[in-house]
Ligand binder design. Structure first.
Ligand code: F6P
Length: 319
């Protein structure tokens, strides 16, 4: 193996730059050339490749976003799109690829591996933390800290005015962000897709605060209620209680990565290069109980990663 490529794909996540840097540095140390693919699968199909070196990856590890850019790429769902990408990888002499992203990225990576024999490993880069086979994903720790800071601020105004707030946090299909920040910020109720939202219990929690007291309800965007707006409307319609709604949105994806995210990103980047050198392909490089794991890509989405039980219990116990 002489030349490898790295790219970021799907939703950006803080720590992706630290990851790119780690892949570049490790590859150089192992005597490999490194290429960055610009713009995820869209850039791969279009042949947007740039050579990475020490200078290009200097002073990026503390920056949010991804210097290699990213995209959602519907064309990659089709075999024709993937064939274009495989052609470009061959044209640029790429012997191995590191794909950093979430389950959509991994679906594409597995298809490239199976259909075109591309040697490719995935690294978990998503704020959602919803990939099985790794305790944490790159970006998750930063996202929960960003969300917690915002919720603390909302708590101040909720407290001062004695208002009910519904705060929606990200997490397309999973309630990890909601559960962690809900416990961390002392939410009176946490609505997540993993459990059924009980409108009567929610109402009881609100009234038990006293109608003039502050209440913060955290809603994961993937909750079956449809989100914070919908839940707030249901409470208003059923019980006549008005509220304020705050949707944190994409601010959760930005900002400088935390130390934990930088270290995870660095470790997984180095391990990914070594995994390619060992001949691995079609696997995600994760971290479980402080050890590096190699998990077949399909297992990362086929098994639903469970929100820790202790969080669910704490959320009820500490209300
Ligand atoms: O997967 C990360 C994530 O931020 C999810 O939490 C969210 O549902 C989704 O991406 C939003 O994606 P987009 O920015 O493409 O709308």
């Amino acid at each position: 193996m002489q030349r490898i490529a790295v790219f970021t794909s799907g939703g950006d996540a803080p720590g992706m730059n630290a990851h790119i840097r780690a892949v570049e540095r490790t590859a150089q140390k192992r005597g490999l050339e490194v290429v960055g693919i610009v713009g995820g699968y869209t850039g791969m199909m279009a042949g947007h490749f740039e050579v990475l070196d020490r200078i290009r990856t200097a002073n990026i590890l503390d920056r949010g976003g991804t210097v290699l850019k990213t995209s959602r790429c519907p064309e990659f769902h089709h075999a024709t799109g993937r064939a274009k990408a495989a052609e470009q990888l061959a044209k640029h002499g790429i012997d191995g690829v590191v794909a950093c992203g979430g389950d959509g990225t991994f679906h594409g990576a597995l298809a490239l591996h199976q259909e075109h024999g591309i040697r490719i490993v995935g690294t978990p880069g998503t704020i959602d933390n919803d990939l099985a086979g790794t305790d944490y994903t790159i970006g998750y720790d930063t996202a929960i800290n960003t969300a917690a800071q915002a919720i603390d601020k909302i708590r101040d105004t909720a407290d001062s005015h004695g208002r009910l707030f519904f705060v929606e946090v990200m997490g397309r299909h999973a309630g990890f962000i909601a559960m962690d920040v809900g416990v961390a910020c002392g939410a009176e109720y946490i609505a997540v897709p993993e459990t059924m939202t009980d409108i009567e219990v929610l109402y009881q929690r609100i009234v038990s605060q006293g109608i003039d007291k502050r209440t913060v309800v955290i809603v994961g965007e993937g909750d079956e209620s449809g989100g914070a707006m919908q839940l707030a409307r249901r409470i208003e319609d059923a019980y006549g209680i008005s509220s304020k709604v705050s949707i944190l949105g994409h601010m959760q994806r930005g900002g400088a990565p935390t130390v934990r995210d930088r270290v995870l990103a660095a470790r997984l980047g180095a391990a990914a290069v070594d995994a390619l050198l060992e001949g691995l392909s079609g696997v995600m490089i994760g971290e479980q109980n402080n050890s590096i794991t190699y998990v077949p890509l399909e297992q990362t989405w086929a098994t639903r990663k469970a929100v820790p039980r202790y969080l669910l219990e704490l959320a009820t116990l500490l209300v």
